[in-house]
Design a protein around this ligand. Structure first.
Ligand code: ADP
Ligand code: MG
Length: 399
């Protein structure tokens, strides 16, 4: 991994002005956040800068105002939640540059925190307009990016500012980059990738990137059905992208050339209707799925075999559940494999990194979210990283 500067590289920052990009796009209901984990993630960076005596100006987006001011999308709506998590009062500043920002900086004492308004109110943000970035940069002494979740966007506050000010990765960004590097950048072999979820079409680039990088590719979830169909298996009524069977075969071929073993389930859990504990529930070999049945989870024999594969590996990267885990008992394989990975991680034999909206929910459901080496909540940025794409926000820090 090319190197980037962290908060450890800051000298004396007493009285200096830090422009800090964070993710405060909180899920809200009735005026307050239903989940403040994004604030908790950036809390160490904000408090560290404040404790070192900097004046901290928070930059964040909220919703999709598309370059216009909408009173309903002001970051002032999350001010109260941010204050609660930080256990500190912060000053809301209804601009991102200009005299109002200048005056506010004058009022802030060393170690105080200001929250600027929604950066996406200005078209220059998403256009990554250098003039817009320069206007913001004029107020700051240095820039800290602690929003990995926005690093796949080349916007003024996620990328542009790094060209105008000395740039540093915040603590959350630093932890994320280290974990991702340990999983796919410079991993300890053998490496296993678990890729599940609903559809092959949403993860084609992920699969294509992984076959060249990992020794074991474990395919589960709905996308396994497309691979099974490509191998001539009749998957009945299962979710399956029949038009992608050629693509699936190409990925299988590429894996064979690269020395990557592709693991597909050989037994499966099926039902005639998609409901919790349906009367038609049964487990069978993949070759015994009836025309009116659908595959909703990986079977117990394959799950056992996959656990054995993980036991031989040193590194695991996971995206996508193995079955329709929201509905019982189709969470069984996902929960079992997650617990195996967690136990191996706790034993010190496996480095485990997972990400993806539903994957995080599935690991929480299995009760092992805190037992993986690292769980990314970054969504789109995590997937683009799994696709092997350079993330502009990260590239700007490492330039
Ligand atoms: P992530 O959000 O972690 O990237 P995805 O969105 O790709 O994951 O996939 C998660 C969804 O895939 C879940 O809603 C789950 O119910 C669904 N899924 C998994 N296996 C199956 C299956 N066999 N049939 C239908 N849906 C499935
Ligand atoms: Mg999802």
């Amino acid at each position: 991994m090319s190197s980037f500067k962290t908060l450890d590289d800051l000298g004396d920052i007493t009285g200096k002005i830090a422009l800090v990009r964070v993710d405060l796009n909180l899920p809200m209901k009735d005026g307050s956040a239903t989940d403040v984990s994004r604030v908790e993630a950036v809390k160490p960076t904000i408090l560290e800068l404040a404790e070192k005596g900097a004046k901290v100006l928070l930059l964040a987006h909220y919703g999709r105002p598309k370059g216009q001011r909408f009173s309903t999308m002001s970051t002032s709506f999350v001010q109260g939640d941010v204050e609660k998590v930080l256990d500190k009062e912060i000053m809301f500043i209804p601009e991102v540059m200009g005299p109002v920002v200048e005056q506010s900086i004058g009022i802030l004492g060393n170690g105080d925190i200001g929250l600027l308004d929604n950066v996406r109110f200005w078209p220059g943000e998403e256009a990554n307009d250098p003039e817009f970035a320069r206007g913001m940069a004029a107020h700051g002494d240095f820039y800290v990016n602690d929003a990995f979740s926005a690093a796949h966007r080349a916007h003024a506050t996620t990328e542009g500012l790094a060209h105008h000010l000395p740039a540093y990765a915040g603590r959350a960004m630093e932890a994320e980059l280290k974990a991702l590097d340990a999983a796919l950048g410079n991993p300890e072999a053998p490496v296993a990738a678990v890729v599940g979820g609903a559809k092959v079409s949403t993860k084609l680039d992920v699969l294509t990137n992984l076959v060249g990088k990992v020794q074991h590719l474990i395919i589960g979830g709905g996308m396994a059905n497309t691979f099974l169909a490509a191998k001539g298996v009749d998957v009945g009524k299962s979710l399956c992208e029949h038009e992608l069977t050629d693509t699936a075969n190409r990925i299988i071929d590429e894996a064979a050339h690269a020395g990557c073993t592709v693991h597909l389930p050989y037994d499966v859990v099926v039902a005639k209707e998609f409901a919790a504990n349906p009367a038609s529930l049964r487990t069978c070999n993949v070759h015994e799925v009836a025309d009116d049945e659908m595959i909703l989870d990986v079977g117990p024999l394959a799950t056992e075999a996959l656990a054995d594969v993980l036991k031989t590996c040193r590194t695991l990267v996971w995206n996508g559940p193995m079955g329709a885990f929201e509905t019982e008992p189709f969470d069984t394989a996902t929960v079992a494999l997650a617990r195996t990975a967690a136990a191996l991680t706790q034993d010190g034999s496996l480095i485990s990194v997972a990400g993806g909206g539903d994957t995080v929910a599935a690991l929480a459901h299995a009760g092992v979210k805190d037992e993986f080496t690292f769980v990314s909540t970054a969504g789109g940025a995590f997937l683009e990283w799994m696709e092997g794409k350079p993330l502009p926000g990260v590239a700007a820090l490492t330039a």
